[in-house]
Design a protein around this ligand. Structure first.
Ligand SMILES: [Zn+2]
Length: 299
């Protein structure tokens, strides 16, 4: 179906719905593919207040996979994170220096980084998470949206050696602006380490969408619309190039089949798991798109 919208990447106004939507409050928010650049956006956008409300206590404490996006509470995941492995990775880029974690949640990782001698800052939209980090780790987390309003106030230009954006860009209402800001505040030669989900790029999703199109139906999600942009390697690369990044390395990755979240009926779940096995080996061996992208981009 043709729709009018506003593409965050190219500014295009003509798009087509894909057979994927969220039932959110009293309305449907559709996946819309831009006719010009192919970026998939969720449209219409939730309001800024609705987005802020999505990330309060429940987002971190709920373990209900039918209404939230995780099967165990996010606080549990954060407390059990393998941060030593993360430190090893950061050390490959710099031994000391200024590090920013965008969407740092409760700040567990930047706390460990600070103990290892790094100068750290965290940004987090959720007041619940920012307060939790302050109370439990004594760290200062900027509790504001990651927008250009922070420039030359909380965030200086040409300042950071490493900026981490793990599973966060897809949550933003204006990801292009977020990447422009990232470019400005990185030092020349600095790196942004980005992880993006890409569930719609899976073979199982592509087949399911073909079937939905054939029968004139669609996948309706009943969790809140946390992901407002669905990237693939091409659209992600276009966005980073537009924001000035020159060296862009995108590695396709895929979740092991025993770790994926299953929300469907028995047949849907069996289909999803079977194709996750197939996709898993195709991604590992032949770089076929999976459901994750691991990205390094340099200023
Ligand atoms: Zn576009």
């Amino acid at each position: 179906m043709d729709v009018k919208f506003k593409c965050n990447l190219c500014g295009g106004e003509d798009g087509k719905t894909i057979p994927f939507r969220y039932a959110f409050k009293d309305r449907f928010l559709w996946g819309v593919s831009c006719n010009n650049c192919q970026l998939v956006s969720i449209w219409p956008r939730p309001t800024d207040q609705e987005i802020k409300d999505m990330y309060e206590d429940d987002y971190f404490t709920s373990d209900d996979k039918q209404t939230h996006h995780m099967e165990v509470s996010y606080l549990d995941i954060l407390s059990k994170g393998d941060y030593e492995e993360g430190i090893k990775q950061i050390k490959q880029y710099c031994q000391t220096g200024n590090i920013l974690d965008v969407g740092c949640a409760t700040g567990n990782f930047i706390y460990v980084l600070s103990k290892n001698g790094y100068n750290v800052k965290g940004i987090e939209l959720s007041t619940f998470a920012a307060e939790f980090g302050k109370k439990n780790f004594g760290i200062n987390i900027i509790n504001k949206p990651y927008s250009v309003d922070l420039l030359n106030k909380e965030l200086e230009e040409n300042y950071f050696d490493v900026i981490m954006m793990g599973d966060v860009l897809e949550h933003f209402t204006n990801p292009t602006e977020a990447m422009e800001l990232t470019y400005k505040i990185l030092k020349p030669g600095g790196v942004a380490l980005i992880q993006l989900p890409g569930t719609l790029n899976l073979i199982s999703s592509r087949i399911a969408f073909l079937i939905y199109k054939l029968i004139g139906s669609q996948k309706t999600m009943y969790i809140p619309p946390y992901h407002l942009t669905e990237f693939n390697a091409k659209t992600a690369k276009k966005m980073f190039e537009k924001c000035g990044f020159k060296k862009i390395i995108i590695t396709e990755d895929v979740k092991p089949p025993n770790t994926i979240t299953l929300r469907g009926n028995f047949a849907e779940n069996a289909f999803k798991v079977t194709f996750q096995y197939i996709n898993y080996y195709l991604t590992k061996w032949f770089k076929v798109p999976g459901d994750r992208m691991i990205i390094e981009i340099y200023k």
